[in-house]
Design a protein around this ligand. Structure first.
Ligand code: ZN
Length: 351
């Protein structure tokens, strides 16, 4: 390597924004690899860090390189790494886990209580180079485009949430048409759900959902009543499965209201602070609720790549592409509320 410095987007000041800095190349340990980053996705988490809200200022150490959604290529491997090679195209799981907890030792690494996140607790992927434990690397087939490789982290959230329950032949209600909600709808369609209804209050996002997912029924809940929609679709008893992606209390209440007896809910949206819930409705409807965090390590990745190779198409959820030199425009697009996924390209610009 010609230089031991790299470009990185870091949180160097305790205020709104991120700054492009020159940072030393990460030094890898014997069980790590060094990845040259091709493309990165901007996540809602990165917006919290950009805004420096209460969560971010309590969580993220100053000086941190942010970002956790990436694709790239292995350029160096640690001494003990035997299963990976230099030149391998890859993405990676950004949750760094231990091996000592009960759940890790049961093979459920995603439930390790000591999980640390790249770009949140540890140096992240908004950089030319990223250090990652070989354990976390996901080799990718060459026919998955770099920009899809860069959004496998949020697609993994969508896959993990959507595949929480059997979807074949089921009627599915998704609350929240952000990129993850939209990708969950695409997965539900792929997995054989019958009717898929997605709700939001943002017309641009609902439009994008229709653009990405074949025959999804989008509902602006400020304009339409979900009861009318269930009549229109002929759902006599309500939806079988709910995927809550918004963290919005009203959306959750509506979901409980619209579910069949014995319905199931997977919760990925995070309600801010305390959120009152009418538990009696949940009890009397005998509803099952599952909290979803991250991606299953590594079952979600396996299923996700298999589906992508076999026709799952989420490419249209990417609405904005920028070179990283123009990262501010990328963050503006995200903050506008009018975007799907925004992808930054870290590779040399070709004239
Ligand atoms: Zn993310």
């Amino acid at each position: 390597m010609t230089s031991n410095m790299m470009k990185a987007l870091a949180k160097t000041k305790p205020k709104e924004g991120l700054w492009m800095v020159n940072a030393p190349l990460p030094e890898i340990g014997s069980e790590d690899v060094l990845i040259r980053v091709h493309k990165t996705g901007i996540c809602g988490t990165d917006i919290h860090i950009w805004d420096w809200d209460e969560w971010a200022s309590n969580t993220v150490p100053l000086g941190l390189i942010t970002g956790h959604e990436f694709s790239g290529e292995i350029v160096e491997i640690g001494r003990k790494v035997t299963e990976l090679k230099v030149g391998q195209y890859c993405s990676g799981e950004g949750h760094l886990v231990g091996t000592e907890s009960r759940q890790s030792r049961a093979g459920k690494f995603h439930l390790d209580p000591g999980t640390r996140g790249i770009g949140v607790n540890e140096q992240g992927a908004f950089a030319n180079y990223l250090k990652l434990p070989a354990f976390n690397v996901i080799p990718l087939p060459e026919n998955i485009p770099q920009e899809i490789g860069a959004i496998l982290d949020p697609l993994g959230n969508a896959v993990h949430t959507a595949l929480s329950f059997d979807l074949l032949g089921e009627d599915v209600l998704i609350t929240g048409a952000g990129p993850i909600g939209i990708m969950a709808a695409a997965v539900a369609r792929y997995a054989g759900a019958r009717h898929i209804v997605i709700t939001d209050v943002n017309p641009a996002r609902l439009k994008l959902a229709e653009h990405v997912v074949p025959s999804v029924r989008s509902v602006d809940i400020t304009q339409e009543d979900l009861h009318d929609v269930t009549h229109e679709l002929g759902l006599r008893e309500g939806f079988d499965i709910g995927l809550e992606m918004s963290g919005n209390q009203k959306a959750f209440d509506q979901m409980v209201d619209m579910l069949v007896m014995g319905g199931k809910i997977a919760l990925l949206g995070i309600p801010p602070g305390l959120s009152p819930v009418r538990w009696s409705n949940i009890v009397f409807k005998a509803i099952t609720i599952k909290g979803v965090y991250g991606r299953e390590m590594f079952e979600t990745w396996y299923k996700m790549i298999a589906m992508l190779e076999n026709g799952l198409d989420v490419s249209r959820v990417i609405t904005h592409r920028f070179h990283v030199d123009d990262f501010k425009e990328g963050f503006e697009a995200m903050k506008s509320g009018q975007s799907g996924k925004v992808v930054l390209d870290w590779q040399e610009r070709h004239a």
